[in-house]
Design a protein around this ligand. Structure first.
Ligand code: PMP
Ligand code: GLN
Length: 385
């Protein structure tokens, strides 16, 4: 792990605090989740739900996960054997990769990629084969070249990691894109691990399609999600893995020795919210779409070129129209010079040049916070001339 220093999120948030910057770096909202969720969790703690839950998770949460996957996507999972609760999606990703990737196995990932994938593939002794998502000039969204994806498969390929809605580009994979991935998995007998933590945060007409709903995919896909983004409680670190029994059993075997179990009082409250707070989630989705538009307009006004975001908390901005080339230099200078923190996209790439000119901004903040960030960036730009 020598090549892995402090994560970019920790570094940028520390810099934001030191410089009293508006933090549009690390993706966390600055408002709370639904009142019922917070009250239920507090009550559970006061009423004594404070000892180890079962390793696989409270049955109430496993049943609620099974119900919502069925209600929203028509996917049926046995809550006793096919749903497993983890300490955030992060532990779900860790346990899945440690369980399924052997020394020397190749894992296909799309770059830019969320930072924990690379680290966990390394810890498992696996080898990354990254396929680039590039901005399509016609649509303004990031997508992959199917031929490049096919060329990444070798006899050693074991697994493909799929994150949609995608952090950091905001791409929500279409049915056609998912079918490209699915057909490859079927042809080469690959396992898919999907990171769906932004499943409900999609904009305009874009909607999340789980890879497991495609033909032949349910039996070879582990789907991972978590409470943090859906209910705006990123500190709660409660996630879940769903999939066919043999794959979930493998995750369970590994996770027994990672964390054994996750927080029980929160699990009960989350079960209730998954059943009863669809309207709150829809309101949050609509509000986030407005925030995306607000920040995008502000950044364009401040001279950035902004790419289309179809979901998540994030959008990508190109710094070249401002006369810069390296997003890392800009992101490191912004807190001190402008009082705004963002994340250089380069850190999400294996081939850093692909993302050199891009900076990721989070828009999951109150409108007045977004407006303040834009005002600061405007000032910075005029000072720089
Ligand atoms: N995957 C992606 C794509 C993320 O952006 C994040 C950040 N929340 C996670 C996983 C981690 O989720 P959790 O906080 O539930 O561990
Ligand atoms: N998922 C969040 C992001 O992409 C942060 C997660 C973290 O801090 N590790 O900004």
């Amino acid at each position: 792990m020598r090549t892995y220093g402090e994560t970019i999120f920790a570094e940028m948030t520390r810099l934001a605090v030191e410089t009293e910057s508006v933090n549009l770096g690390q993706g966390f909202p600055d408002t709370d989740g639904p009142r019922s969720l917070l009250e239920n969790a507090s009550r559970n703690i006061l009423e004594g739900v404070n000892q180890y839950p079962p390793g696989p998770g409270r049955p109430e949460l496993r049943r609620a996960v099974s119900r919502y996957r069925s209600r929203h996507y028509g996917l049926d999972f046995d809550p006793d054997t096919e749903v497993y609760v983890t300490v955030g999606a992060t532990a779900g990703i860790a346990a899945s990769l440690l369980a399924l990737v052997d020394h020397g196995d190749e894992v296909i990932v799309f770059e830019p990629m969320y930072d924990s994938y690379a680290a966990m593939i390394s810890l498992a002794g696996g080898v990354r084969r990254s396929v680039a998502l590039r901005r399509d000039a016609a649509t303004g969204r990031f997508t992959f070249d199917p031929a490049e994806l096919r060329a990444a498969v070798t006899p050693r390929t074991r697994l493909i990691m799929v994150n949609s809605p995608h952090n950091p580009t905001g791409t929500v994979f279409t049915a056609a894109e998912l079918e490209e991935i699915a057909s490859l998995c079927r042809e080469h007998d690959l396992i898919a691990v999907t990171d769906e933590v932004y499943e409900f945060l999609t904009f305009d007409d874009h909607r999340h399609i789980p890879l497991a709903t495609l033909a032949g995919m349910r039996e070879r896909t582990l789907s991972i999600s978590s409470v943090g983004k859906t209910f705006a409680v990123t500190a709660w670190k409660t996630g879940w893995v769903s999939g066919p029994e043999p794959l979930v059993r493998a995750v369970r075997t590994v996770n027994q020795f990672l964390t054994f179990s996750a927080n029980g009082a929160l699990q009960l409250a989350i079960a209730d919210a998954l059943d009863n707070e669809d309207a709150w989630v829809e309101e949050q989705r609509a509000a986030l779409q407005g925030k995306r538009d607000r920040l995008a307009a502000g950044l364009i006004g401040a001279g950035f070129d902004v790419d289309m975001s179809e979901g998540t908390y994030f959008l990508m901005a190109d710094i070249r129209p401002l006369g810069y080339e390296d997003g890392e230099d800009v992101a490191r200078a912004l807190p001190r010079e402008a009082g705004v923190a963002a994340v250089p996209a380069k850190v999400f790439y294996d081939h850093e040049d692909e993302g050199r000119h891009l900076v990721r901004f989070a828009f999951c903040k109150r409108d007045k916070v977004l407006d303040e960030a834009v005002a600061r960036l405007d000032r910075w730009r005029s000072e720089k001339g």
